[in-house]
Design a protein around this ligand. Structure first.
Ligand code: SAH
Length: 251
């Protein structure tokens, strides 16, 4: 499906972002506009912002607001659906999944740090039957571009994904087993779909809250969201600048 693998420069990228607050700074930065003729089925809340940035066709895909409750459609189900639909409709050479995450201070994470995830796995899919257990965890290494990592100041760590913002004792055990430094609600789901369809994904995650700290997660998350989103936006635009004009093998 990708052409950029054949030594041609990357031409189309899809940036998957779960929350409006995370997406809008990048929509502004790349001067993207909302697609009036949606490439998605009628009636879904999924939003595509697009435009040319230098030589790149940049698409930001946001799953939008829940049709019934009006909040951002966070979590693995919406993330999987929009990843699938965006790949089918737009045939990107590369996906970037950008967002916020919880961080573990025991692993060196601090609020405001921006990570590139080297590995992803799930922490809330426990199936204690041989081999199904590994299927549930769904651990996989990500596309970790060596030259990009040399050039940009990003931390590298493993990401663990689950559908809850809080952390149950069961989740905690699994997150430890996953050796995770950061915790989100979408990454491993995006990785699963992109792997099925053979599209490489770069995961850029900025830490809004410290999971193994004293403050309640939801409070700390909301307190830091806007500032951390600015750091996220800066990191993603650096990544996009780095990608421009290169083929996948040069990243
Ligand atoms: N209270 C928030 C809810 C957002 S859910 C609100 O009012 O909008 C949290 C989002 O941020 C998810 O997309 C998830 O990927 C990310 N996230 C940030 N910190 C997280 C954490 N500690 N655990 C899991 N996901 C986290």
């Amino acid at each position: 499906m990708t052409t950029a693998g054949d030594g041609k420069p990357i031409s189309t990228i899809v940036i998957i972002i779960a929350m409006q607050t995370e997406a809008l700074p990048l929509v502004d930065k790349f001067r993207l506009t909302e697609d009036p003729d949606s490439v998605f089925p009628n009636g879904v809340p999924w939003v595509r912002f697009h435009g040319m940035y230098k030589d790149l066709q940049v698409n930001i895909i946001w799953p939008g607001k829940d049709l019934h409750l009006g909040v951002d459609s966070v979590g693995t189900i919406s993330a999987s659906l929009v990843t699938y639909a965006a790949i089918q409709a737009l045939k990107p050479d590369l996906i970037i999944n950008a967002g916020t995450a919880g961080g573990f201070k025991a692993k060196g994470a601090r609020v405001g740090d921006v990570y590139l995830a080297s590995d992803v796995a799930f922490h809330d899919r426990r199936i204690p039957i041989p081999v199904f257990d590994q299927y549930g965890i769904g651990a996989r290494q990500t596309f970790s571009p060596p030259n990009l990592l040399k050039e940009l100041i990003l931390k590298v760590g493993k990401l663990s994904t689950g559908d809850s913002l809080d952390m149950s004792p069961h989740d905690e055990t699994s997150i430890l087993a996953n050796d995770a430094t950061i915790k989100d609600m979408e990454g491993a789901a995006v990785a699963y779909v992109a792997d099925l369809l053979s599209v490489p994904v770069i995961f850029i995650k900025a830490v809004t809250d410290i999971v193994d700290g004293e403050k309640p997660t939801s409070e700390e998350f909301l307190q830091n969201l806007v500032a951390v989103t600015a750091a996220l936006g800066q990191a993603v635009s650096q990544v996009v600048d780095f990608i421009t004009g290169k083929c996948l093998g040069q990243l």
